[in-house]
Every structure is written in structure tokens, then in C-alpha cells.
Design a protein around this ligand. Sequence first.
Ligand code: KIV
Length: 288
Amino acid sequence: MQRNKVTTVTFREMKERGERITMLTAYDCPTARLVDEAGIDAILVGDSVANVILGYKDTLAVTMEEMLHHTRAVARGVKRALVVGDMPFMSYQASVEEAVRNAGRFLKEAGAEAVKVEGGREVLDKVEAMIQAGIPVMGHLGLTPQWVHRLGGYKVQGRKQAAARAILEDAKKLEGVGVFGIVLECVPWQLAKLITERVRVPTIGCGAGPYCDGQVLVLHDLLGLSQLSPRFVKRYADLATLVRGALRRYVGEVRAGKFPTLDHSYEMDEAEFRKLKKSVGGGRESSV
Ligand code: KIV
């Protein structure tokens, strides 16, 4: 059954109906198509493309141009899911004007339908201005990888009362300026549950336990294509082993002359081939 196109309004409606929201990352057209066909509600073109695909050591280096390039590819493969473009480090932190212009580029040039930004009170004025400009924004609290140097590493956030309270306050502030959803990454499940109960916008967990309104994972983690994956990831497939096996068989068969066979070849009509031979002469000295 083809379900209706997901919009940012659907997010709020799903929370109100108690329906869980499914979200995954994708970075290119063919995988976005597969994810969309699986019935996922939202696809995040995450800045995790930096380490998952582009080989950077963290997400800080990825540029606006790279994010737009991947978002375009994803948008071309998607029919139903909501496409969310992740704003890269320093594309929205410096000023309100830069934030609005860059967010606008995701919608205008890349086919995204919303953007995601990391942070709470620090970026509130930017988030508010983007929403005022008609750009739907998703928040991201807890472990925010773009803030890794300020956080002192990739650690679970909000374990202590004061830090947990600050995250809850940030969630309320983001709700107040009109975000349509909030990713909660690597926070204790009790805090995620409390936030989920206290805000009307859907919370999307990522290492935040089972009580959020939805769940997001990095696609390559769940497919077993990442070298390392955090404790909160469940692997639904081991594609790395499958891919390695297939590649080894290919290398072996080409070396052994087992592939390609005539079954994988195109054939010329015999009469045409005879004419060709006649025209070029049969001998080795032929110039063709
Ligand atoms: O970039 C990303 O993939 C993310 C998700 C992990 C939420 O921000």
C-alpha cells in the first residue's frame, strides 16, 4: 500500500496519534530509494556523511557544497519520505543571516524539505529566524557531534541533574520557537522519556532508549557496513561480510578466466562476421 507523502505536519500528527516515527540516514540516490521503498517516514542526509562516506575523521570538515551534493542525490531517489538536510558545522553558527541563507539553499537548490541543526539556546535565534523564513527545522540535543571539542569527546550527555535539566530546558526552548521535531542523541532513557512527555513535538531517539516518539540510526551502522558501531545500534544485516565475499569471488573468477563467459557476452551475426573477416583479411598482418 502506497502511504501518503510525509510532511513536517505529519510528524506532529503521528505524535498525537501515538504512532512511532521511523527515520534513517541516506547519502545517495540508490540507497535513498531502498530506504524510501521500505516505508521509512523521514530520511536524514546526515553530516555523518563526513565520516561514514567521505572518510573525514569527524563531522566538522564537511562543507555546505558537499552536503548539498548528497542531499540532491537523496532527493532524486525519494517519493514518500520527508527529506531532511543536516546543516554542517559553521553553516549556521556565525550569524542569523548566514544561517537563513544556508538553510534556504537546502530547500531551494537540493530538494530538502527541512533542515536539522545541533544545539539549543546557543542557536535559538538562528532556528527562530529560519522558521520565520518558512524553513522547517528539526533540533538536535544531547550528544551533538559538531560540539565535540566543547563536550570533551563523544560521551553520553545529561547523566547529572543539572545537565539533564539544561537539555530539557533546551527542548522546551526549541519547541517554543517552532521546531517540528527534536533528535535526542546519547542521553539516558529516563531523560529522553521525560522530554518526550513534556514537549508536544516528536522526539526522535538515537541512543536515547525506547520511550521517544521515533528512532533514527545511521544506515551503514544497521546494515553492518561501519567498522565501529556504538552500543545503541542494532545490526540488522552484515553487508560487509556479504560484500567482501562477493568481491573475493569476482577477483578469483576473473583471474581464473571463469568470468566473463560467453553467457555474459554479446554475439555478432555469423554472416556479418564472415563479411568482416573477408574485408579485413584473415592474416595476422591485418591493420585492423
Ligand atoms: O548526522 C547524522 O547522521 C545524525 C544522526 C545520527 C542523528 O545527526
